[in-house]
Ligand binder design. Structure first.
Ligand code: KG4
Ligand code: ZN
Length: 352
């Protein structure tokens, strides 16, 4: 066991909950020495989405070399590591099992403590990794290909769910639209670029759940609206037509995300809003969220793109807090496809 020469213990983080094989080394919760991400997009592209068995098999091939790369990049050896953090939930079960088994092997072989990390709480941790004096509590919109969830974040590793998508995640809805437009997989970045040159008011797509009370989302109807449009009018007639559709579609997604997030911020009385997950890279979302937060006097906290998408640095960072506090979940930890975080309840004050 060892440290980084400045007294902090060194920890490894492992993340394999979906289709990215990730390992990182941190010296403490903010000091990331290495963060390696191996994306499997090329393997899933022919299928237009993540194929669970393909993902699990690819994790098995890559996890060893990726951990070694993370150690090499951090210029440390395994003998200097003091603990391991691994994502145990939620995610694709076959993918999670690869990371959890690997972490157990490392801890068994090296006699290290092991902590289980919730993938969603790890995403929220990316804000604490990236900013000093993060206001608490704050609202965080986690928006990715697998999740669209509004959280009230009370502390690192402590959050309750305000609302979440009832069907497709926002990133999934964008990917499905890109697929319908023949833009390849994952189509979010392509939609973003095309939308930049399109007219967001050219077509009126539905704003699902926008007028509903509460903080839940629903995006599956949006994709259906585009499919119906393309069925009725046929494929786009020009490059500009595709750009206008992309811009209008993203505008509908962004409208709902911004509106619900701002409502949540007002209802909870927070001073800050965080945005994490792969869709946080979307320029229109960043721009609109920045305007809305600016007008409402809210601080906006969006980590750099490599900490918004899936990565092991966020897992190691949250794991470092657990390990520094002396926690050791031991070799009996399990992987779970779903996770249950507490829901935020409005506490009705009754008159005495
Ligand atoms: O967090 P992430 O890397 O992986 C998980 O889903 O867990 O998020 C990937 C999602 C995909 O749906 C992708 O299309 C979307 O984020 N995405 C974007 C952009 N970059 C990535 N969506 C819109 N605009 C972008 N620039
Ligand atoms: Zn994720």
């Amino acid at each position: 066991m060892g440290d980084n020469g400045r007294g902090s213990l060194l920890y490894i983080g492992i993340e394999t909950s979906c289709d990215d094989t990730c390992a990182a080394v941190v010296a403490d919760e903010k000091n990331v020495l290495s963060s390696i991400v191996s994306s499997q997009h090329d393997f899933h592209r022919p299928y237009g989405g993540v194929v669970p068995e393909v993902a699990a098999r690819q994790h098995i091939r890559l996890i060893g070399p990726i951990i070694q790369e993370a150690l090499d990049d951090a210029k440390v050896s395994l003998s200097q590591i003091s603990g391991v953090a691994v994502t145990t939930e939620p995610g694709l079960i076959g993918s999670l099992l690869v990371g959890v088994s690997t972490a157990k092997g490392l801890c068994l072989g090296c006699g290290l403590p092991l902590v289980a990390v919730n993938h969603l709480l790890a995403h929220l941790q990316s804000v604490f990794m990236s900013f000093e004096d993060v206001p608490l509590p704050h609202v965080n919109l986690l928006v990715s290909g697998g999740h669209t969830i509004l959280f009230l974040v009370n502390a690192p590793g402590e959050a309750s769910v305000l609302g979440s998508t009832l069907d497709d995640a926002a990133g999934e809805a964008v990917d499905k639209a890109a697929n319908l437009l023949g833009l390849g997989y994952p189509g979010g970045p392509a939609m973003d670029s095309l939308a930049d040159e399109g007219d967001p008011s050219a077509f009126r797509f539905p704003r699902p759940m926008a007028r509903r009370k509460g903080y839940d989302f629903s995006f599956s109807g949006l994709k259906t609206a585009l499919a119906v449009y393309l069925q009725k009018y046929g494929p786009p007639e020009s490059a500009q037509h595709v750009k206008d559709i992309a811009a209008s579609y993203l505008e509908a997604v962004v409208d709902v995300l911004v509106q619900k997030t701002l409502h949540a911020a007002h209802a909870t009385g927070v001073d800050a809003v965080g945005v994490t997950g792969g869709v946080a890279a979307n320029r229109r979302l960043r721009h609109r969220m920045s305007d809305a937060c600016g007008n409402a006097g809210l601080a906006l906290l969006i980590p750099k793109a490599s900490y918004c998408t899936d990565n092991a640095a966020m897992v190691a960072s949250l794991g470092a807090i657990y390990l520094d506090a002396g926690r050791n979940d031991g070799l009996h930890i399990d992987a779970r496809a779903s996770s249950r975080l507490p829901r935020w309840e409005v506490v009705e004050k009754t008159q005495p």
